[in-house]
Design a protein around this ligand. Sequence first.
Ligand code: SF4
Length: 415
Amino acid sequence: MKFERPCPISLAGSPERYRTLLLTWFEGARRSLPWRRQRTLYGTWISEMMLQQTAVATVVPYWDKFLATFPDVEALAAAELEDVLSLWSGLGYYGRARHLHRAAKQVVDLLGGDLPRDREGWLRLPGVGPYASGAIASIGLGISVPALDANARRVLTRWLIAAPRELGDLRPFHLEKIGAALVDENRPGDWNEALMELGALVCRASAPRCDACPVRDLCRAHQAGTADLIPVPKAPVATERVHLGVLVIALRDQVLLLPPGCGPAVVPAGSGVPVRRDLTGLHRGLWGLPSTPWLPDRKSAWRAGIWRPWLESIPGIGSLSGSGDPVLLGKFRHAVTRYRLMVQVYGLQLAQGLPSDGDGAYPTSKTMLKGGILIPQVGQDDTQVRGRFCNLRSPEQPVSNLVKKGFLIARKSIV
Ligand code: SF4
């Protein structure tokens, strides 16, 4: 049998007092956001998924475009995953888009298109966890449940804790209980949004603006002058630096994009075991540039010659690229989960004019642009993938920020 330790720390005032102060402040301070102006359950769901790990200002244009393209759950369920990922392109954490698409299909196939009407129903959908289900249920359905994101947890912790040494007494389930007890039964959505808004605008992780805070008289951290120290900053997540090369193959103003995981499989002698060979898992469903495996240290820098044998294996491309190797155009850094990528960008401008495919040996420009070209995947027996030339200024394919950054460097030189 599991016993829960009672919380040794209590609030400095009654729940009613906190509600009155915070909700009054929220009336005047709430930001005007599109999902607040056009409140629907569907729109709330999309906003909550987009806002995970992402700043509000970044989400606003994505939400507008997403709702204009997929105005309801039926439209989202009927869409191709590739089109959903295209709209998500640049927002990062693409698993959220895949979950949204899968959840929409589940709602249409199993629930007849009716979005769940309780928190438990939302919890059964892919990508919806305790926080998101609480936010959607309270904001979209008016159900009295808490929704504690990182901002709300920080605010509650500061209300409760006066000194960093007390943090060890405060367990996650204590916060859940106190968070649940504070929810305003009559305005649960407003309460949860107000708590998160206070954390985002006033009770910031560093340099909280206590002078502008409506709840400062009931805040133990502020009273003790320790707000800056609570919560104590967490140890940074261990990161791993890796080196890779990507290749921009340009045909006039088009760039060759491939499914993730395509590129030379060989690594330079003496460079050790690659950290990862490709982005297949991280960028599933997104189109990318041909990429080398990821190497662990600077000494194993790539050389332009790495691309030639691989290019020669692609029908049409090898014969078009002339005798020169791709050239190094520049470098950039990019973060993907815990990896810190040091990316070398190589470029190859294909010659103007393409040979005829009269004997079927080479693709014409028409088939390359429309139907794509077949590319053998090195090391994967007899498999071929289809690549497409695409204009990255208005990409029709879903691409990651890594591709966009690589393209920007190449564009200055070869496109
Ligand atoms: Fe946060 Fe300061 Fe307000 Fe306390 S008084 S909730 S520390 S902003």
